[in-house]
Design a protein around this ligand. Structure first.
Ligand SMILES: Nc1nc2c(c(=O)[nH]1)N[C@H]1C(S)=C(S)[C@@H](COP(=O)(O)O)O[C@H]1N2
Ligand SMILES: [Mo]
Length: 323
C-alpha cells in the first residue's frame, strides 16, 4: 500500500463540520488499527529522545494530529481561497467569476456511468458512492499548469475501490473520464472554441494508484459547485487540468483517450501532464510556483512532491517527450 506521503483521516458523515470548527479541531486517532496512516504515525511517534516524553509502545495511545498542514508542513489554504479562485471553463475562464456563476448549478439526481471494458458496468447515484465507499480526508497539493498552487483538504475515496468493484477486463489499458454537458446551466459551453464536454484520461495503473482520488467534498463539507460538485477526480502528482470536475462518465478503454486540453494544444498539454520542474511549458517555466495566499514563489517539486508513490509508474520513460 502506498500512502505515507499524504495525510489521510477517515471521516464520518457525523463529523462534517463548519469551517470554524474544522480549523479548531484536532483529531485524536487511535495509533493502532489504522492501516495506511504509517507516515502520520511515524511523524507523531518520533523517537523518545526527540519527543522528550516517554510513551509505552505496548498500549494503544491517542495521537494528536494537526490537520492544518500537509505532510510537508505546508499550511492548507483558506476555504475562501479554494472556493473563490477556480479554473472551470464550463462556467467562465475568469477564475473569480466561476463561483457566482456556479452558485445555482443543480446537482440533484446525479448519476455516474461506469462502462467500457469492465465485467460489471454500473450506474451509480451519489448516495451509492457515499455509502458504498468509506469517505476519508486527504490533504493534497494542487499544482495548476499555470504555475500557481494550493493545499486542499479533500474528502473522498480512492478511485481504485470503484474500479475494483466494476472489475476491469484484462484488455483495459486506460480510463476515460467525461464531465457533464449542460449548456443551459454552463454558459462557458456556448463557446465553440472548446471541444465540450471536458474529457480526461489516465493509464489504468495511474488510475489504480492509491493517491488517485474521487473527491466528494472539501473542508469537511460536500464539494462546492465551483470545485466540481458533486464529484471530481484529484490526481495530485499531475497538473490540475487532469483533475476533471463534475464527472458523469467513467469508461475503461484499450486505446488512449482524447483529452480536451491535449486536443486543443498537444504541444503544450501532454497526456501525462506529470508535474515536472525540469520540463517547461513552451510559454513559461515550471521550475517554481506561486502558492495562493503567500508572497514570493516556492520551488516546484518533481511529481508535485509525490515521487515516492508514483515515480515507478514511469520507469524507463523519457519524461521530456512524454510530458
Ligand atoms: N470539467 C472541468 N474540470 C476541470 C477544469 C475545467 O475547466 N473543467 N479545470 C481544471 C484545472 S485547469 C484546474 S487547475 C483544476 C482547478 O480545480 P479547483 O478549481 O477546484 O482548484 O480543475 C481542473 N478540472
Ligand atoms: Mo489548471
Amino acid at each position: 500500500m502506498a500512502g505515507n506521503h499524504y495525510r489521510s483521516v477517515p471521516v464520518k458523515s457525523s463529523e462534517i463540520t463548519p469551517e470554524e470548527t474544522y480549523l479548531n479541531r484536532r483529531q485524536f486517532i487511535k495509533s493502532m488499527g489504522f492501516a495506511g496512516m504509517s507516515g502520520l504515525l511515524l511523524a507523531a511517534c518520533a523517537p523518545q529522545s526527540q519527543q522528550g516524553e516517554s510513551t509505552n509502545p505496548a498500549t494503544e495511545q491517542e495521537v494528536s494530529v494537526d490537520l492544518r498542514t500537509d505532510e510537508l508542513g505546508n499550511p492548507i489554504n483558506d476555504y475562501n481561497q479554494i472556493t473563490q479562485y477556480n479554473n472551470y471553463y464550463e462556467f467562465s475562464t475568469n477564475k473569480e467569476r466561476v463561483a457566482p456563476l456556479a452558485e445555482n448549478f443543480d446537482v440533484a439526481n446525479w448519476r455516474v456511468e461506469v462502462s467500457g471494458l469492465v465485467n460489471n458496468r454500473k450506474l451509480y447515484d451519489m448516495e451509492d458512492l457515499l455509502t458504498k465507499f468509506d469517505q476519508e480526508e486527504r490533504i493534497y497539493r494542487l499544482r495548476c499548469v499555470e504555475a500557481w498552487s494550493m493545499v486542499i483538504p479533500w474528502m473522498g475515496f480512492p478511485l481504485h475501490k470503484l474500479l475494483e468493484e466494476v472489475e476491469p477486463q484484462s484488455s483495459a489499458k486506460y480510463v476515460r473520464f467525461e464531465s457533464v454537458m449542460d449548456v443551459s446551466q454552463m454558459p462557458g459551453q456556448k463557446s465553440r472554441f472548446y471541444p465540450w464536454p471536458y474529457t480526461e484520461g489516465l493509464r489504468l495503473d495511474e488510475a489504480m494508484n492509491d493517491l488517485t482520488l474521487i473527491a466528494t467534498g472539501l473542508y469537511g463539507k460536500p464539494l462546492p459547485n465551483q470545485n466540481g460538485a458533486p464529484l471530481r477526480l484529484v490526481v495530485p502528482w499531475k497538473y490540475g487540468f487532469k483533475s476533471i470536475k463534475a464527472i458523469v462518465k467513467i469508461e475503461l478503454t484499450d486505446y488512449r483517450p482524447d483529452t480536451l486540453w491535449n486536443l486543443i494544444a498537444p504541444e503544450e498539454y501532454g497526456f501525462f501532464a506529470n508535474v515536472n520542474p525540469e520540463v517547461d511549458h513552451p510559454r513559461w517555466s515550471q521550475k517554481s510556483e506561486r502558492r495562493i495566499g503567500e508572497l514570493g514563489r516556492v520551488e516546484t517539486l518533481m511529481f508535485n512532491g509525490y515521487a515516492d508513490e508514483v515515480a515507478a509508474l514511469y520507469d524507463g520513460m523519457d519524461l521530456t517527450r512524454n510530458y
